[in-house]
Design a protein around this ligand. Structure first.
Ligand code: ADP
Ligand code: G6P
Length: 478
């Protein structure tokens, strides 16, 4: 009814996430493209929200005034501004230097600063206000991820008419770890403002219920929590990908041709191993490089027969731990290439660029072994994208037991990335596996993803949130 007057429109579905799905560099001239930048959250929500009458509230990157953004593929975008201080203390600080490492088994030391907590509260309030502003009466507001734990509680205070969902894309840690947080009670209370809290894994919901009982003294099971008069439901909803879209992309003749060309450019090796990660210390990149280097040193793997392609796109580049990681990874790649490469034949092809979906699909098609070996990962959509792209049922997935994906793709070659010998054995097993075994596993994994795609995820989450609302039918009709 109010088309053309964005500031006056309200939505029946509002998604609130720290990141907006668009590339901010493309926005000023109006030629706005979906961002599809590295990151599971945007990858999951993008295919879902396209052509849905929803509003996505989030940060457009950068600091200063919030840009006014055009609709993208039918989705309205509402930018929330961050100051330089907010970016430092909320995004880089509390979100990515306190919560992110703590939630990922503290594989790097979480830091605690009172200033960061102030910023976290302030920024959460700003997101809640923006969501309250665009939500129509009785709307569904779906809050995403660890940057915004306080938004459900704040929003409920502002707009009791709303139906509020919260979904955590990252792991929710065991009580011993979460208890370290100085503001643990506030964080739990913030999440409990939601009607439904979704996690990737059953264990996470269990951890949450235990914590709520212990810290807030509320009656809690792994499915329901009593908060005064209200009942908050919790549960596991493993996120997924647009399986059909990735399969169709991978099957495109130009993508197949590109994959062939890539193999040629790689020197026609017998075996291509691929890894695609954000440059993040949770991804186990250093452990993987060490395993590969030892296999080269022992002669189990030979350059020319086998190449490793490591895509590692830089992430959170102003955070010290990420800078240190990048330096270490690049030093190690240089060392391995120096020691084992030959002229025109590097042992590792190392790429830090963002790629478009077609190029990623071509890379997946060329990979005989996909090595996804994070130390801890909420889900890991790269592993699912690889499986979806293997339309001819070939290709071995080497997968960490500590990725959420492992609970679903149990036919992968599973490894413990902390166990260097186990990692080497797993890599060799995947490289040498009999084609029949590889196909059998791949077929089973593809069948699983065919059923459990991103629409199935949205359907199960949103129907749990709003059993009878028209919203669910509209969103997951396709
Ligand atoms: P995380 O959410 O921790 O980044 P996921 O594996 O769940 O990990 O999601 C990463 C997403 O980012 C995937 O959809 C993947 O395709 C995408 N991605 C990773 N590297 C690149 C890259 N170099 N260029 C474009 N997209 C990338
Ligand atoms: C993970 C997080 C997302 C985040 C993404 C990329 O997937 O769960 O919330 O958006 O990483 O990280 P970034 O810091 O660039 O948003």
């Amino acid at each position: 009814l109010l088309i053309g007057m964005p500031e006056m429109r309200h939505s029946s579905l509002v998604v609130v996430a720290n990141r907006l799905p668009i590339d901010d560099s493309a926005a000023p001239d109006g030629a706005c493209e979906w961002r599809r930048s590295p990151g599971g959250l945007v990858s999951a929500l993008h295919p879902l929200l396209r052509h849905t009458p929803a509003t996505w509230v989030g940060w457009a990157g950068g600091t200063g005034a919030a840009p006014t953004l055009p609709d993208v593929d039918g989705v309205r975008l509402r930018a929330v501004p961050l100051t330089a201080e907010d970016q430092r203390d909320h995004y880089e600080g509390f979100a990515n230097s306190t919560l992110w490492p703590l939630y990922h088994d503290a594989v790097e030391q979480p830091e605690h600063h009172r200033r960061w907590w102030e910023a976290y509260q302030r920024v959460n309030r700003r997101f809640a206000e923006a969501a309250a502003d665009v939500a129509e009466p009785g709307a569904v507001v779906w809050v995403q991820d660890y940057h915004l734990h306080l938004v459900p509680g704040l929003l409920r205070g502002m707009r009791p008419d709303l139906r509020i969902g919260f979904f955590l894309h990252v792991p929710f840690p065991p009580p011993e770890l979460f208890m370290q947080l100085p503001r643990r009670a506030e964080l739990l209370r913030g999440m409990l403002g939601a009607d439904l809290i979704g996690f990737q894994r059953v264990q996470a919901a269990h951890n949450f219920a235990q914590l709520v009982a212990k810290v807030l003294n509320l009656p809690a099971t792994d499915r329901r929590i009593g908060v005064g008069e209200r009942v908050v439901r919790i549960g596991a909803f493993p996120v997924s990908i647009d399986t059909a879209e990735m399969a169709a992309l991978a099957a495109r003749p130009d993508v197949a041709a590109r994959a062939q060309r890539l193999r040629q450019d790689l020197g026609r090796p017998e075996r291509v191993i691929l890894s695609v990660d954000r440059m993040d210390y949770t991804k186990g990149i250093e452990q993987r490089l060490k395993a590969y280097s030892e296999l080269l040193a022992s002669g189990h793997v030979k350059v020319r027969d086998t190449v490793l392609v490591q895509v590692a796109v830089p992430s959170r580049e102003r955070v010290g731990q990420y800078q240190i990681l990048r330096e270490r990874v690049e030093r190690e790649v240089g060392r391995i290439n120096g020691e084992f490469g030959r002229v025109g034949e590097p042992a590792i092809h190392y790429l830090t660029q963002p790629f478009d979906r077609a190029e990623l699909a071509a890379l997946y098609r060329v990979a005989d072994v996909m090595a996804v070996t994070p130390l801890r990962d909420g889900m890991n959509l790269v592993a699912k994208e690889y499986v979806a792209a293997r339309v001819d049922d070939t290709g071995a997935l080497l997968l960490s037991e500590f990725a959420g994906t492992a609970a679903e793709l149990s036919q992968a070659y599973l490894v413990n990335p902390h166990d260097l010998e186990g990692l080497k054995e797993g890599l060799l097993a995947a490289l040498r596996a009999a084609p029949a075994d590889v196909s059998r596993r791949m077929r089973a994994m593809r069948a699983h993803l065919h059923e459990h795609d991103i629409r199935a995820w949205a359907r199960s989450y949103l129907s749990a949130l709003d059993e009878t609302g028209p919203l669910v039918q509209r969103m997951v009709a396709a």
